[in-house]
Design a protein around this ligand. Structure first.
Ligand SMILES: [Zn+2]
Length: 341
């Protein structure tokens, strides 16, 4: 070894931009997060050009050359199995069925690790809690319900094929007023994501606005598309609107119920809640609703130690890694994976 310091890049591919972060051999952050357009709808080769641009910008901003990179962590906004994307989400069709990890590793010439964005965000939340050494389960309601599990020490748990922790698609025993199970985007019915996601808010709102009870509600006063109205629910809930609060309360309860089953499987010790509500002014209230759902389903030992009732066995925290969490998580994973020896 020449003694030259090695660095590790984290690249987080989103629907619009690629966020990038750099860490050194100790896992310390170097410089700042950078962002370039992702162009994911123009085919994966186009995004590869952008990934290279992102890496070069990161190196240039920190006075490095690309050969000082000892590893790259890459996350993609779609389900993948060992580097192969199998469902396109927002991506162009040509991403599906290709071994993206292998192809990009050949282009960049640096050892590469790839996973999905849910796992990357969980790793990022782990990275911003350097004093925490246990395991961490993350669940983040957004358009869908993503999640990830980090094992004690910091490595992501991905299962045998990278297919684990699809936390949005466990089934929950809740039904609509007419007794039916809600349709999920995955093709199944009754998934927790069909209750806890932006998609779910949209459906719930549509059903509620048809009720006589809400005939005079402000969201029944104009004919904006239901998707737009659903985006207004958070602001309305912050202002104390009864309908919006009712919808979030139900969502929080079902979310907590589902998290209790995950706690029973993984006993994570720490559950981090991500998604847009992490920034809302009613998040404390929302977390109480989650806890109500959790307590309705979890055995008491998942709340407190049987020996010391002061000791919490499952801690809940809001995500705190911000916009750069997934990119940081991937840099952190690359450092752990390729940093030895
Ligand atoms: Zn589903």
């Amino acid at each position: 070894m020449s003694g030259t310091k090695k660095y590790f890049a984290g690249l987080d591919i989103g629907g619009t931009t690629i966020k990038s972060m750099l860490v050194d051999e100790q896992g310390e952050v170097v410089g700042e997060m950078l962002e370039v357009r992702s162009h994911v709808d123009e085919g994966f080769r186009r995004t590869f050009e952008q990934l290279i641009a992102a890496v070069d910008a990161l190196c240039e901003a920190n006075g490095l050359s690309r050969d000082q990179l000892a590893g790259v962590g890459l996350d993609v906004p779609a389900p993948s199995c060992d580097g192969v994307i199998w469902s396109k989400a927002n991506l162009a069709q040509d991403w599906v069925g290709v071994n993206i990890a292998k192809e990009f590793e050949a282009v960049i010439g640096v050892p590469l690790y790839m996973t999905n964005d849910g796992n990357a965000a969980a790793a990022g939340e782990y990275a911003v809690r350097p004093d925490y050494e246990g395991s961490l389960l993350m669940a983040a309601p957004g358009t869908g319900l993503a999640g990830g599990l980090v094992l004690p020490g910091g490595r992501i748990y991905e299962g045998a094929n990278g297919l684990s922790l699809e936390v949005g698609h466990n089934s929950v025993p809740f039904r609509e007023d007419d007794g039916s199970l809600p349709q999920c985007t995955c093709g199944q019915v009754g998934c927790v994501e069909a209750w806890v996601s932006l998609m779910a808010l949209r459906r719930r709102l549509g059903l509620e606005l048809e009720k006589e009870k809400w005939a005079g509600h402000v969201l029944n006063q104009d004919d904006a598309p239901i998707g737009e109205k659903a985006f207004r629910l958070r602001d309305l809930a912050q202002d104390g609107d009864e309908l919006s609060i009712e919808i979030f309360k139900q969502q929080g309860f079902i979310f907590g119920h589902a998290l209790a089953d995950l706690a029973r499987l993984f006993d994570p010790g720490l559950i981090v809640i991500g998604g847009g509500l992490a920034e809302s002014s009613f998040r404390d209230q929302y977390l109480e609703w989650i806890m109500e759902g959790f307590e309705s389903r979890a055995w008491p030992i998942y709340l407190r130690s049987p020996i010391d009732p002061e000791q919490v066995t499952t801690d809940f925290q809001w995500a705190s890694g911000g916009d750069s969490a997934a990119a940081l998580g991937m840099a952190f994973e690359a450092q752990m994976m390729f940093g030895e020896g």
